[in-house]
Design a protein around this ligand. Structure first.
Ligand SMILES: [Ca+2]
Length: 383
């Protein structure tokens, strides 16, 4: 058994889901035996808890039509702990954005400080530096950094930020009021969703001295465009989920169909509900931003085999003739970070303190490979 990689996973995982991709993605660190998942920070934004008529402040950059009525994803995390027989702790972030990049969030209710405390406690207890993955806002990590900068300097091996916009001249441009997100393709200067959730927090981390790998979600045209430096790809079918290990399949059925069953652990046993079977058979699209991060952290590779099939494999599973599909981190230098979370970068040869995802120019090749390999990877997950 190789060294297990200690990880803290920050995710805006909700129940019922806001982006079901987070419910989908959290299976990966539980399932990969080389990943030692030490804690989950549930990133919560009050906007998505409230019903539309309850929202005092309308942020035009977040879905105004979002139905709200959800809570942090304790149910999916409990389901994962139950299925994988683990006791990974989870705690919530503050519910509102930081008020400045220096904010320590000490004025929020105690309940909402638990994520920051869990994050700091997990680092203190770690015998070696930890990889910190952020698939949401940077609120908890930034507040923790503001509280204990020396601790993070010693105990964070690297930040992996699945956030941001990869390209474009986006500076000195402000949102017109009443512009919804995501804006139509072609609109100028899209600021990524996870940045919008908490701009000060992202700016704080970008301007910090911590080692970090950047995995932008969006291009300047939005989150649903394939670009050289963003991680997005589409899967065109979910029928393969019906081939997964039955409990894992039922977990995804519960999440995707927003099941209202109160016996949320028993719901993982037994056959797949008919409505979920129909949903998976008919689903035509699933959006993914997270795979590149897990490949980087685990050291696994996305390969195209000699026979043309694409798989996610461990280094020792590589075969002669396997070609690694481009999608690695490249050293870079941040040349500008503005107060809204926009950044500019240039690729650099030497310093690897900051790196950025780079999948080259064959964007459809990456999507084809990833959308074939991820289902095989997930169907191999065992309990
Ligand atoms: Ca997310």
């Amino acid at each position: 058994m190789p060294r297990r990689i200690p990880v803290i996973d920050c995710t805006d995982l909700y129940h019922p889901h806001q982006d079901v991709g987070d419910n989908f993605d959290i299976l990966a660190p539980f399932a990969m035996e080389e990943i030692d998942l030490r804690a989950v920070i549930l990133d919560v934004t009050e906007h998505f808890r409230r019903l539309p008529e309850e929202r005092v402040v309308q942020n035009p950059n977040l879905f105004g039509t979002d139905p709200g009525g959800r809570d942090p994803g304790f149910i999916p995390i409990t389901q994962c702990n139950y299925m994988f027989n683990r006791h990974v702790p989870a705690a919530v972030s503050p519910f509102e954005p930081l008020k400045s990049p220096e904010d320590q969030a000490r004025d929020v209710p105690d309940f909402q400080q638990q994520g920051i405390e869990l994050f700091l406690e997990t680092l203190r207890a770690a015998e070696e530096p930890v990889d910190v993955l952020v698939f949401c806002s940077c609120r908890t990590v930034a507040a923790a950094l503001n509280r204990e900068p020396e601790l993070l300097k010693r105990k964070v091996r690297r930040l992996h930020l699945s956030i941001g916009t990869s390209t474009g001249d986006m500076f000195d441009w402000t949102w017109p009021s009443k512009v919804g997100v995501p804006p139509a393709p072609g609109s100028v200067g899209y600021v990524d969703w996870n940045v919008t959730l908490d701009p000060h927090a992202y700016v704080r981390l970008l301007r910090s001295e911590l080692p970090m790998s950047l995995y932008p979600c969006s291009t300047e045209n939005g989150p649903l465009e394939l670009g050289r430096h963003n991680t997005y790809f589409r899967m065109m079918s979910l029928a393969w989920i019906l081939q997964m290990q039955p409990r894992l399949r039922n977990y995804l059925a519960y999440a995707f169909t927003k099941s209202t069953r109160l016996d949320f652990l028993r719901a993982l046993d037994g056959p797949c509900p008919p409505d979920a079977q129909a949903f998976f058979k008919n689903a035509k699209k699933h959006r993914v931003w997270e795979t590149a991060i897990w490949l980087e952290v685990s050291g696994r590779k996305l390969v195209r085999r000699a026979d043309g099939t694409c798989r996610i494999v461990r280094a020792e599973e590589m075969r002669p003739g396997d070609a690694v599909v481009p999608g690695q981190q490249q050293n870079c230098r941040l040349t500008r970070v503005d107060d809204t979370g926009r950044f500019a970068f240039e690729l650099a040869d030497t310093d690897d303190r900051v790196t950025i995802f780079d999948r080259g120019e064959d964007l459809l090749g990456y999507e084809t490979a990833a959308s074939e390999a991820v289902p095989h990877w997930y169907c191999g997950f065992q309990l």
